[in-house]
Write a protein that binds this ligand. Structure first.
Ligand code: SF4
Ligand code: SF4
Ligand code: FES
Length: 235
């Protein structure tokens, strides 16, 4: 098979082509093979190799994927695989992009417990309470939803799908004592309503989270208290 990899080196942008034997492997294993046997300078990010650390997002045949989770055979077309850095973030070298937007946007939406739980005692939750936000806690901050988000093409100040999923996560956690409307106002300051509902975030999330749905639920609850009661049928 032919693998084309977009390279960014010292301001030069070009595609490198490699002829390699197709094996039953992930894209990350393929990149390792190319780096180890064909070009030691090839640069990409990975740590956990098991869809947990969220560092290895790349674009393969025009789709944003986790390199360690995606099998080559599931994405290859006509014996060709084109690997590029993800969109909507600054490329540092080859497939490595700047991830600083993740921390910046989490700060903007105040992604932390406010007036939290009593640390002196156990803060028990029922299984039903945990189920409300359990899926959203699976977010590994890989940024895949952000890299595909079309709302960012209209305004770069949009905090991004994952950031609103974090807002959702705190709004529904019974241990968080922040006023719900206040959280939603902060989300609105970060352009909650700019989502165009394209669903790309839902399609690419490796953890099956739908940030589009989380955003819709935050919008529906805007000035519509009591928030938790109005959505109790969802859980
Ligand atoms: S549905 Fe909204 S948040 Fe998700 S990718 Fe589209 S514009 Fe972005
Ligand atoms: S919501 Fe999904 S795609 Fe977005 S950062 Fe979290 S895990 Fe990645
Ligand atoms: S290497 Fe950690 S998520 Fe892929």
């Amino acid at each position: 098979m032919r693998v084309s990899i977009k390279r960014f080196i010292n301001g030069r942008v070009f595609f490198d082509e490699f002829e390699v034997e197709e094996k039953n492997e992930t894209i990350l294993e393929l990149l390792d093979r190319i780096r180890d046997y064909k070009d030691r300078s090839l640069t990409y990010r990975s740590f956990c190799r098991s869809s947990i650390c969220g560092t290895c997002a790349i674009k393969a045949n025009d789709k944003t994927v986790l390199a360690c989770k995606t099998k080559v055979k599931d994405i290859i077309q006509n014996n060709e695989l084109v690997i590029e850095p993800v969109d909507r973030s600054k490329v540092i070298k080859d497939l490595v992009v700047d991830h600083s937007f993740i921390e910046e946007n989490l700060k903007k939406v105040k992604s932390w417990f406010v007036d939290e739980i009593d640390s002196e005692k156990e803060n028990l939750q029922t299984p039903k309470e945990v189920k409300k936000f359990d899926l959203q806690t699976d977010c590994i901050l890989c940024g895949a939803c952000f890299f595909e988000c079309e709302a960012l093409d209209y305004d770069k100040n949009f905090a991004g799908p994952f950031a609103f999923t974090k807002v959702f996560r705190f709004v529904f956690d019974s241990r968080d004592k922040e006023d719900t409307q206040k959280r939603i106002e902060t989300a609105k300051e970060n352009l909650l309503y700019n989502c165009i509902n394209c669903q790309k975030c839902t399609l690419v999330c490796p953890k099956d989270i739908s940030s589009a749905m989380d955003i819709k639920m935050l919008q529906n609850s805007d000035k519509n208290p009591p928030f938790n009661d109005s959505f109790s049928n969802f859980f």
